[in-house]
Design a protein around this ligand. Structure first.
Ligand SMILES: [Zn+2]
Length: 164
């Protein structure tokens, strides 16, 4: 069976298809530019979305073994995103070689992360996580290079990288 649309109907259909796509596009642009919208997925939903290793780090505050992430040696210009929700967290401009075996940055992008105190190793450490999905990223220490003097010690598996 063949459906013959009149030219006007066809034009209307094409137009509504494209305006629908534009609306989707604009909405996703909004989402990547603001961290106001908070993600609240259940553990089961996160397990479906993430690998077991990424789930352990992002949702259970695990720590990957040092020198295991390929992002450790990533030196290209680009942006590092949360592996949980794709929020842009770090610029390659603030990445440095800390020698620790974990990707390290001396600053994060504006509004990208939130912090909290963590007593897991008895000595308090400042844990930080993605401001949108709450995914654990790493710990921040006061022994980084200038200009901030901070060292954001990040799990590579909690990040994705897109070169410029
Ligand atoms: Zn996130």
């Amino acid at each position: 069976m063949q459906i013959n649309f009149s030219p006007i109907t066809r034009r209307t259909l094409i137009f509504s298809f494209f305006s629908g796509m534009m609306a989707l596009f604009v909405r996703s642009m909004d989402a990547s530019e603001t961290s106001a919208e908070i993600w609240t997925l259940t553990n089961e939903e996160w397990k479906k979305k993430l690998s077991p290793e990424a789930f352990s780090v992002l949702r259970k505050e695990g720590t990957e073994r040092p020198f295991t992430s390929s992002l450790n040696d990533e030196k290209r210009d680009g942006i590092f995103y949360c592996a949980g929700c794709d929020l842009a967290l770090f610029s390659s401009k603030t990445k440095f070689n800390s020698g620790t075996g974990w990707p390290s940055f001396w600053d994060h992008l504006p509004k990208a992360i939130d912090t909290k105190l963590d007593f897991k190793l008895i000595v308090p450490r400042t844990e930080y996580h993605c401001s949108r999905c709450g995914g654990h990223q790493g710990h921040v220490f006061p022994d980084g290079p200038k200009p901030t003097g901070k060292r954001f010690c990040n799990n590579g598996i909690a990040l994705t990288f897109k070169p410029d």
